[in-house]
Design a protein around this ligand. Structure first.
Ligand code: AMP
Length: 301
């Protein structure tokens, strides 16, 4: 079983109402890969510059992430993103995006990544996702994420990508932006007409919802009292969800989907308790199971 992620690798500068961190590891691919690695081996594809620190490759390798798909551009600079959270710690403003090497990224998948069964196209330019899909044969499940930037600037590429994926993971405001609908269920159903067979809508501190033609499943967020930095929560949620599905051989019955939503929620709930990967480095699968059991007790009725 193999799970591949293609996405951004970043140095993030994060401001919250009480703290600030400069140039910490971020990006959609590392957050996804780390979260998924609690469930299955992961292959990661992305691009970095000469400023990349080998300790980050080592951190990912320790988690059974195959890093041979990380391209290092010797005269380039790694993608940088900076964001500032509002007092509610849910909304944020992007202060700066420096694409750097991400701007000209042409993914080149190592030979042994091309027949992978499960694929996640994490947040990045839709053209990058399309170029990756051109190199992949016979995947069982292809899921993608997207964001407002790509909806607004590369809509035709995004429309082409939507036709080639099985599932879309998207946050609530972006689902509305993509479809022009104000009701989330209606928006998700509209997305189903654009290509994907299912949509997972992320609602931040309000949880997540899975919608396909005949199914709707909802899961609340795990109540976290000390939210330190929500950056990467969406990617980590997707990593936990896809990692669990891959560990269940891609089974998409209702029970597996509901458990996948729960595992995505639980993994993300750890990530937001500290900056960057600091909280993840302290936990293992047993901590995830313990919190999952507490969540089950809270939500079962
Ligand atoms: P999330 O909090 O799940 O939305 O993910 C935040 C991560 O996405 C940060 O670590 C950023 O480096 C990364 N990111 C921000 N903007 C972009 C973008 N335009 N393309 C790809 N990744 C991005």
């Amino acid at each position: 079983m193999s799970l591949l992620v293609v996405g951004s690798i970043a140095y993030d500068t994060i401001e919250t109402p009480t703290a600030r961190r400069e140039n910490v590891l971020g990006g959609s691919a590392p957050f996804f890969a780390y979260a998924a690695s609690f469930f299955c081996p992961v292959q990661m594809v992305g691009v970095v510059g000469a400023d990349w620190l080998s300790e980050y490759t080592e951190m990912l390798q320790k988690q059974k992430v195959d890093t041979t798909g990380i391209e290092i551009v010797p005269d380039g600079k790694t993608f940088r993103w900076s964001g500032k959270y509002h007092n509610n710690m849910n909304d944020r403003d992007t202060l700066e995006t420096q694409l750097n090497v991400l701007g000209t990224f042409q993914p080149k998948l190592p030979e042994n990544f091309r027949r992978t069964q499960y694929v996640f196209l994490a947040n990045g330019a839709p053209s990058t996702g399309l170029a990756a899909l051109d190199q992949i044969q016979g995947a069982d499940l292809i899921v993608a994420d997207t964001m407002d930037l790509w909806i607004n600037t590369t809509r035709s590429d995004l429309d082409a990508l939507l036709k080639r994926i099985d599932g879309l993971v998207i946050n609530d405001s972006e689902a509305k932006m993509l479809t022009g609908e104000i009701n989330l269920i209606t928006a998700a159903r509209r997305i189903l007409t654009m290509g994907p067979k299912f949509v997972v809508v992320k609602k931040g501190e309000h949880g997540a919802m899975f919608i396909s033609e005949y199914e709707i499943y909802v899961v609340p967020a795990f109540p976290v009292s000390n939210v330190v930095d929500p950056t990467g929560a969406g990617d980590s949620f997707a990593g936990g969800m896809m990692g669990y599905i891959a560990s269940r051989q891609g089974n998409l019955d209702g029970e597996t989907i509901k458990n996948a939503l729960v595992y995505g929620t639980i993994v993300a709930s750890f990530g937001i308790e500290d900056f960057s990967f600091d909280r993840y480095k302290q936990i293992d699968r047993s901590n995830i199971e313990e919190r999952r059991n507490a969540f089950q007790a809270m939500t079962a009725f």
